[in-house]
Design a protein around this ligand. Structure first.
Ligand SMILES: Nc1ncnc2c1ncn2[C@@H]1O[C@H](COP(=O)(O)OP(=O)(O)OP(=O)(O)O)[C@@H](O)[C@H]1O
Length: 806
């Protein structure tokens, strides 16, 4: 990277051009402002006169339909008008943004076989000269703009939908333009602008993620522009720009497929609402609407609502794992968590689903007024009757529902004769009688014979009363509430014979199923298996469903029902922090969005949750997705870490040997400090001084990261009189500048200018990745406290001369 002494002439030329472009932008701004004004007025007028063109007439069916049609027609006109108003507003917003900083890059490119190199200016959006043809600015997502991100001057080329274009790049230049003024410019001869990137990275962390459009790196550009694969796996180091690239990718896709792809056809799964708000400004900053954002937990809550259980989330589970070591069930629960998220359990459940075609379905008695109307056993018999056996599982559920509904109908008739019905009729009010009378009269069943009529009326009332009482039963049947999913699931842990059959019997065949995991061996049962049911049951008594059971239960249920909920409109699903998802969760996501392409972004070194601690790659996912066709899958690795200074990255790498491949971006900062403290008071004193020092030095976002949420609450209380520190919990939805106290696991995906690790002595071997994740949240400064004489995982780091002691 050079910042040549641009000769005055060159500088003047650029300044003049900038002025020219800015003038064009201002002209267009004036026009578009007028357009927006006009469109707003038009919309207002249509709204005002909405009813003028509609004659409301509901006297008969034909008139009503006509009225309805004309309302619809007017509504369409209004919707169309509002759409064009929005479009004009969008243009206005884009031009306003361009007026501030029209472009950030330029490449001069001579296409092979052409004469002169042509300057291509690159900015947030395209701008065309008044002649309607000449591009003054190219959108950063245009095919030609790739040159800027992918190449240094010299031989270069870019992909277009029509094929590859090659040629020579004779110049590559970057600009810093603010308020329409040229502040700086650099020419570059290696890959894109280290110096601009340096500037971008040396800025402070903000409470909101920023777009990286001017400094996208080549490998990130591959992630952003990949269109060939149905599944794109991005494995990237902490701070390598996975989330940033994902968001730029969304903007890219919206541009590339504008007209056919809209923001609500893209869904991004993120870890929690705090993260959601952290990233929510990036797309609007790029001039695009935000995609849909969701968390897996939201989906679980919705789909498991029928069980009326309190569903634990990943954070509660993690808090248990870290903070409840004294619980007698702790060890066995850890086993359960690991096993229940494993590919082996996934395979076992898939076999179970196949076995359920033959046996094992369980149903809950249909009870009415304290009696069993249809027993679970009877329903099971119907389900496995010869007549229904020929149906596949989920089709059979529908058939079975039909059969049981008929049976209910029969029983309903019998019920009409019961005594309680007469009593209920006596209690009916006049209105009910009047209705019954009306109904019978309408159907012409009154004959004028008082005796018969009364009998008919009574019969009708009985029917009405019983029907009303049976309605909830029918509804429950329709909703599948008599299928005893919980017992079906529990039987896996309770029913030894069933288990034996699944492990060794015919359900365990290697026959080729749709799902590649179905052919897998189940492996041995994990330790503690015999206690798994106890755990499950214990939670159930408290009306709780443990996190480790939620997705397998959902997967089992949906496999039985045939995955009734799916969203065909969604075209792209992006899963951030993908290392935290179990095979079940991916399988569910895949079925939930059957037509979508998927981008998953993750870092195995940050697999901090017990459930995926032992998963060592995205192989399972690739298998699940591609079903043999590996052409559909691409993996891109991002090794360069941009977030943290070289010193912080180096220290983190020494903590976690698996991270040895991570390359720090060459940005220097102070050495991280490893600080030994005598006791809590000592820790407090250090923390207060340190945090105050950071704020004084202009660091606006400071994070104090604790081991657990419980500890975070205690620490924030301890500090409260001496330091303004905000406690962040799973309920927090917005990050603010200043000092935040939060458990390390909740800081995943976000970053701080300066990070203080509260008590590193607490982290055990199994928590190495958690501590690594905590270290890598820091951009500029890192301090780690540990208890005197108990450095734990820090021991080897202390032995190096690099460590500084307070
Ligand atoms: N090309 C780039 N230009 C400027 N800044 C960048 C670039 N790439 C990454 N960054 C910055 O690096 C930081 C980390 O990026 P991001 O959060 O996207 O990484 P990540 O891989 O998702 O990290 P983690 O796995 O730790 O959550 C952010 O501050 C981001 O703005």
């Amino acid at each position: 990277m050079t910042n040549p002494e641009h000769n005055l002439e060159e500088l003047n030329r650029e300044t003049r051009r900038l002025q020219y472009v800015t003038d064009r932008i201002r002209e267009q701004l004036t026009q578009v402002e007028a357009l927006v004004h006009a469109r707003r007025q038009d919309t207002e007028e249509i709204k005002r006169n909405f009813w003028d063109n509609i004659t409301v007439n509901l006297t008969n069916e034909t008139e009503t339909i006509e009225t309805y049609t004309s309302i619809q027609q007017e509504a369409r006109v209004l919707a169309e008008q509002e759409r064009s108003e929005r479009e004009a507003e969008r243009q206005l917003a884009t031009l306003t943004r361009l007026a501030d900083s029209p472009y950030f890059g330029r490449v001069d490119f001579r296409e092979d076989g052409q004469g002169e190199a042509e300057p291509i200016y690159i900015g947030l959006a395209s701008l065309v000269e008044n002649d309607g043809e000449t591009f003054l600015i190219y959108d950063w997502r245009a095919p030609i703009s790739s040159l800027f991100y992918d190449h240094a001057p010299g031989k270069a080329g870019y992909e277009t939908p029509e094929g590859e274009i090659s040629g020579e790049m004779t110049l590559k230049r970057q600009y810093v333009i603010k308020n329409g003024k040229l502040i700086n410019m650099f020419d570059t001869d290696v890959t894109i602008g280290d110096s601009l990137l340096q500037q971008a990275l040396s800025q402070g962390a903000s409470a909101q993620m920023k777009s990286i459009v001017a400094t996208i790196q080549r490998e990130q550009n591959r992630v952003i522009r990949d269109e060939k694969h149905r599944l794109l796996i991005v494995q990237g180091a902490a701070g390598s720009g996975k989330t940033s690239a994902a968001l730029q990718r969304v903007a890219y896709l919206l541009y590339r497929y504008r007209g056919s792809l809209t923001a609500d056809q893209i869904v991004l799964f993120s870890p929690n609402p705090l993260f959601n708000s952290y990233i929510s400004h990036v797309l609007p900053e790029l001039g695009e609407a935000n995609m849909r954002q969701s968390t897996f937990q939201e989906y679980l809550q919705r789909r498991l609502r029928m069980f009326r259980l309190d569903i634990e989330d990943l954070y509660e589970q993690t808090e248990y794992v870290l903070a409840e070591r004294e619980d007698p069930y702790h060890a066995v629960r850890l086993q359960a968590i690991k096993y229940k998220a494993s590919p082996d359990f996934f395979a076992l459940i898939n076999r179970y689903v196949r076995l359920l075609e033959k046996k094992g379905m369980k149903f809950r008695d249909i009870r009415f007024r304290g009696r069993v109307l249809i027993s679970g056993d009877e329903m099971e018999e119907v389900f496995y009757s010869d007549e229904l056996r020929r149906y596949k599982l989920h089709e059979r559920i529908d058939e079975w529902k039909k059969r049981i509904a008929l049976r209910l109908q029969e029983l309903e008739k019998v019920e009409r004769r019961r005594k309680w019905v007469s009593e209920a009729i006596n209690l009916l009010d006049d209105e009910a009688y009047r209705l019954a009378y009306e109904k019978l009269r309408e159907t012409g069943r009154f004959k004028g014979d008082t005796f018969d009529d009364e009998r008919r009326e009574q019969a009708y009332l009985r029917k009405m009363v019983v029907e009303e009482h049976f309605a909830p039963l029918r509804k429950r049947l329709r909703k599948g509430l008599y299928i005893d999913y919980l017992t079906i699931y529990r039987n896996l842990f309770l029913d030894e014979e069933l288990l034996r059959e699944l492990m060794h019997g015919e359900g365990n065949g290697d026959e080729q199923g749709q799902d590649p995991s179905q052919g897998r061996g189940s492996g041995a049962l994990p330790e503690g298996w015999e206690k798994f049911d106890e755990l499950f049951q214990r939670a159930l008594t408290d009306k709780k469903l443990l996190y480790e059971d939620a997705t397998p239960l959902l997967y089992l249920k949906e496999s039985i029902d045939g995955f009734t909920e799916h969203d065909n409109s969604v075209r792209h699903v992006l899963v951030d922090e993908a290392q935290d998802y179990s095979p079940f969760q991916f399988a569910v996501l895949r079925r939930l969005f059957p037509r979508a392409r998927m981008t998953v972004l993750g870092d195995l070194n940050q697999a901090i949750y017990m459930q995926t601690a032992e998963i060592n790659g995205f192989e399972e996912l690739a298998e699940l997705f591609a079903a043999g066709d590996r052409e559909q899958v691409a993996t891109i690795r991002l090794l360069r870490s941009y977030r943290s200074t070289k010193q912080i990255v180096e220290l983190s790498k020494r903590l976690l040997p698996e991270a040895r491949e991570v390359e720090p971006f060459h940005r220097d900062g102070p050495k991280p400090s490893l600080v030994s403290v005598k006791d809590g008071d000592d820790a407090c004193r250090f923390a207060v001084d340190w945090a105050a020092g950071q704020l004084r030095a202009g660091r606006s976002n400071v994070g104090i990261l604790t081991y657990t949420a419980k500890e975070a609450a205690e620490v924030s209380k301890q500090l409260q009189d001496q330091l303004e520190a905000r406690l962040i919990t799973t309920e927090t939805t917005q990050l603010e500048s200043g000092v935040s106290v939060l458990p390390a696991y909740l800081a995943k995906g976000i970053e701080f200018d300066a990070v203080l690790i509260w008590d590193a002595s607490k982290y055990r071997e199994a928590d190495r990745k958690l501590l690594y994740t905590a270290f890598t949240r820091a951009m500029h400064e890192l301090a780690v406290m540990y208890r005197q004489g108990d450095p734990g995982l820090l021991q080897p780091l202390l032995e190096e001369p690099a460590a500084s002691m307070a």
